[in-house]
Design a protein around this ligand. Sequence first.
Ligand SMILES: Cc1cc2nc3c(=O)[nH]c(=O)nc-3n(C[C@H](O)[C@H](O)[C@H](O)COP(=O)(O)OP(=O)(O)OC[C@H]3O[C@@H](n4cnc5c(N)ncnc54)[C@H](O)[C@@H]3O)c2cc1C
Length: 389
Amino acid sequence: MTIERTLFSPEHLAFRDSLRRFMAKEIAPFHEEWEDQGYVAREVWNKAGENGFLCMSLPEEYGGAGADLLYSVIQFEELWAAGQTGIGWGLHSEIVAPYILRYGTPEQKSNYLPRLASGEMIGAIAMSEPSAGSDLQAVRSSAVKQSDGSFVLNGSKTFITNGWHADLVIVVAKTDPAAGAKGTSLFLVERGMPGFEKGKRLKKLGLKAQDTSELFFNDVRLSADQLLGGAAMEGKGFICLMEQLPWERLQIAISAVAASQAAIEQTVAYVKERHVFGQPVAAFQNTRYTLAELQTEVQVAQVFVDKCIELLMVEKLDTATASMAKYWCSDLQCKVMDECVQLFGGYGYIWEYPVTRAYADARVQRIYGGTNEIMKEVITRAMGLGAPR
Ligand SMILES: Cc1cc2nc3c(=O)[nH]c(=O)nc-3n(C[C@H](O)[C@H](O)[C@H](O)COP(=O)(O)OP(=O)(O)OC[C@H]3O[C@@H](n4cnc5c(N)ncnc54)[C@H](O)[C@@H]3O)c2cc1C
């Protein structure tokens, strides 16, 4: 890209190099095998923990590195640029762990955070249900309070990233169904708790090496300590979910831009090599203009995303702006991948080509983290256009 990025220090750049070396050794050689089996090897989580790549932004007292969020930005960028999308590090390190850090009791933090940082535990967050995705207020899972203060959890979740590997799941459930959003709470549910079962791993269009599962909760008995944040946070789960949205949505935009730039670079290299009608594909005006347009849009997206990152770092990124970034960059990613596949011709449809995988991986970015239609709803509300009936 032509506009120099100014976010990163020499330490960040050195980190980018060390992450690339780790990925080349510990991820790249196994990615295809993981795609075939539908999940990454458990060991890569432990190795990532040993090498300090998990939960880097956690304070040192909880096993993190106390690093700024730019280190996590680099992780999202590198994994998506390389198409190494099997590892749900982002969700584990920058969604699950921050919930516990921000809202957990001191005991919950010291119990879980060091184990998430070391890779001993893999984290997941279970909001979506078979009949509640965009409309999270429609969640049916319930946690009924007992006379001794414990809860009994029932319900089922679907589409849960890291669900199959997960040792610790933050589960969204209603503690007071009559109170709507105000009756929603978050629970810390551990693998092995009686009544907690994992369903099948879902076969997907893309992100084939990433495990995405159904989870079932049948009369799971949870002590009062398993309520995230303790008794004071009962009924406040929805507020927690809303507060974390800007960073979660920006993560998708960051990865979308990085993946798009990588696909453009792969395509530039390919069209220079591939000859048709006695000339390189790069010589056709259609190829040149298409790539020029894509590169322009990705450059614009990068500048916008970098500004959003800057705002996030000073806690000034609002949900509507993050939603703009999520929707616009993921739409752009899908457009870039489609055009790049086209320029590869038939090879663009063959799985061994990274651009083909990038095309498949891109599609979900418009769906998860809140669909792009929901992003537009958020933006219209911030514009004072109100909510639909
Ligand atoms: C690979 C993958 C990983 C995921 N990981 C997780 C995870 O880790 N944890 C988790 O909890 N969930 C996860 N999800 C679920 C994801 O967040 C939901 O799929 C998403 O929020 C959409 O919900 P839904 O599938 O129920 O679609 P629906 O809500 O049924 O939407 C169907 C369509 O209706 C549109 N629509 C809905 N409401 C409106 C509206 N008000 N205005 C206009 N259009 C609307 C939607 O945009 C969409 O086009 C994951 C999903 C996938 C595919």
